[in-house]
Design a protein around this ligand. Structure first.
Ligand SMILES: Cc1cc2nc3c(=O)[nH]c(=O)nc-3n(C[C@H](O)[C@H](O)[C@H](O)COP(=O)(O)O)c2cc1C
Length: 146
């Protein structure tokens, strides 16, 4: 029987998380899917800040395109995102609400200017638990279940 593959789902605006996801893809031999909002974010940095801040302040989870691969092929899903205001962006909430992650192992990874991945793990644990999945840092930099 073929071994189950890992799927990497990532969100990236300016390309840093995209590059991290591609590195991880090479390391894990995983499949790759870029998460995108239905309504694209603005190009202008200041406008991104305005839109992103409004989403955060109003707990608004943007509509997402839902053309990811059939998740039943994967036991492990790596979820990557840029850290926004010390947290995963609201689009990651949309992902956990719309995708069926029940029974999956979720491996988070993130890029930022300085905030560490660990700052986002309380939210990621909550999202993962609500989705009926398990959060792990195995295969990534830190190691260990959380
Ligand atoms: C709206 C917004 C909020 C951000 N908040 C933080 C933050 O709290 N901490 C941090 O270290 N970097 C923060 N950053 C920087 C991004 O996390 C960083 O540039 C990231 O690598 C961008 O990833 P991307 O190129 O995949 O979009 C923020 C950037 C944006 C646009």
């Amino acid at each position: 029987m073929a071994q189950s593959k890992t799927l990497i789902i990532y969100f990236s605006l300016s390309g840093n998380t995209k590059r991290a996801a591609e590195q991880l893809q090479r390391k894990l031999g995983a499949d790759l899917y870029r998460l995108e909002p239905v309504q694209p974010y603005p190009q202008d940095y200041q406008e991104i800040i305005t839109v992103g801040e409004a989403e955060k302040d109003h707990d608004r989870h943007p509509a997402i395109k839902q053309d990811w691969p059939d998740l039943s092929q994967y036991d492990e899903i790596a979820v990557g995102y840029p850290i926004w205001w010390g947290q995963p962006p609201m689009i990651i909430h949309s992902l956990f609400e719309q995708a069926d992650f029940k029974g999956k192992t979720i491996m988070p990874f993130a890029t930022s200017s300085s905030t560490p991945l660990s700052a986002t793990l309380t939210v990621m644990r909550q999202l993962t638990r609500t989705a009926g999945a398990t959060l792990t840092l195995d295969n990534l930099s830190s190691g260990g279940r959380c």
